[in-house]
Each structure stands twice: as C-alpha cells, then as structure tokens.
Design a protein around this ligand. Structure first.
Ligand code: MN3
Length: 248
C-alpha cells in the first residue's frame, strides 16, 4: 500500500483535517471546507427479508438469531466505531471503502468486510425465488463454469477447503467472467489489495463456524449442501444485472 492510497483511506492528513476542531464531534456529512467525515451511525444492520425461523430446518432459528442479531450487528457497530470521524476521502459507499481498503487497516478490513459479506449472505437466502439460476445468470454459469452442477461442486469445494474461518464466492472477475473462489476471515473479492482474485461478488457463503455450528457442529459439508439448496437465485441474478457493465 503506497502512501497516497493510505492517506485516501485514513483521512486527508495533508489538508489539516486531522487537526480540525470538529473532528471530535463527527457525525454530519457537511463539515467546514467541504470535507466529508464518516458518522458514528454511517452503517446500520439491514433487517432480514424473512423471519428468523423461515429457513428451518435447513438453518434453525437460534443460528439465524445469533448470526444476524449478534455477529452481523457486531461488525456494523465496530465498523462505525472504526470509521467515526475519519475522512471519507473518495469512499462514498461501503463497496468503495472495501475496494480501497488498506490491508493493514484491520478494523475496516474485518468489520467492513463483515458488514458487506453478511448483507450479501442474507440477501442470497430464500424462502421464495427460483430454485435454479435462470436467464442470463444461467447462461453465464454455463459459459464460464460448465453449468449449475459443476458450479455447485466447485462452490462446495471452495467452502469445504477454506481452512478455518472464511467465505466461498461467486464473483465477476477482472476479465468479465464468473469465477468461484474462497477467502479467509472477512475478506471478499472487492478488496483488491487483500485477495488473490478480485472482482465483484454476487453470491457469498459464510463458512465461519458461527454460521452453522449450533446446528451442524463439525459437519460443514452438510451445512454447505443446505446453503446451496436455499440460494435465492433471483437475488443473485439482480446482483449480476446491477454489475452488467463488468461482464464481458
Ligand atoms: Mn458470519
């Protein structure tokens, strides 16, 4: 990470912002000289789009309540605490924040990643929605990954082989094709400086033990199969369409 990028992320030290008197009471977007700071409540826990028992028995209510209400909420709280008072620089959104994140900025890397990853995770779970990819998404999975069955195998292997805590991804890579990968901790393909293969994730599977251990104990592979049976392909397709310009 070079110095210029570091400054972009941690605050515009060169403009004297770090010495500014309003730094201690950040919160608004409009501060003197037009410098925008992250507020203490910049990010919020998104509600689940369904009841916490709606995915049972594939994912039970206790797992969902702890995962969403405790783990995800914790990432949001710690992300806001880490950012409060920092300059936004050129980061207007969570996606931009992660695309520019300094690998050494572990508070934002871990908690910003945690917030983004879990938001994507809830969104990609049904009840409801088609059980199989359709339309353009299905065509791209055929073209780039050899079909839904081979995709599912590759995705399951990525999740099962991720050592320790992490995520499996379906993402649009820099070449404009769909690709499967896995990352440790709360990293994701948006974080170009932190991961081997970067791009735009459209489906993420949490393989941290907190995602399944209450119900599945050490049976990560069983949880992975349950996850694959619950994917909301409509939501994944919407993510793909929202990133259509990146597909080649
Ligand atoms: Mn999790």
């Amino acid at each position: 990470m070079d110095k210029r990028t570091f400054l972009k992320i941690t605050g515009a030290a060169g403009t004297g912002v770090l010495l500014a008197p309003w730094l201690g009471c950040a919160g608004g977007d409009n501060v003197p000289n037009g410098t925008s700071l992250w507020g203490e409540d910049a990010f919020a826990l998104p509600p689940l789009g369904f009841a916490t028992d709606a995915l049972a028995p594939s994912l039970d209510q206790a797992t969902m309540e702890v995962h969403h209400g405790k783990h995800h909420a914790g990432y949001v709280r710690k992300l806001n605490a880490a950012l409060a008072g920092r300059s936004r620089g050129t980061s207007g959104s969570l996606v931009q924040l992660l695309q520019q994140v300094n690998p050494k900025d572990t508070a934002v890397r871990n908690n910003g990643g945690g917030h983004f990853n879990h938001s994507l995770y809830w969104e990609a779970l049904r009840p409801g929605g088609p059980a199989m990819p359709e339309g353009n998404l299905a065509q791209l999975i055929d073209r780039d990954l050899g079909g839904v069955e081979r995709f599912s195998e590759a995705f399951a292997v990525a999740g099962a082989k991720q050592f320790g805590s992490g995520w499996a991804w379906l993402f649009i890579n820099q070449e404009g094709a769909l690709e499967v990968s896995s990352t440790p901790n709360q990293d994701n393909p948006l974080m170009a400086s932190c991961v081997e293969r970067s791009g735009t994730p459209i489906l993420g599977m949490d393989v941290w033990e907190h995602a399944y251990y209450l119900q599945y104990q050490n049976r990560r592979k069983d949880y992975i199969q349950a996850f694959l049976s619950m994917v909301n392909w409509e939501a994944v397709a919407a993510r793909l369409e929202g990133s259509a310009g990146q597909v080649k």
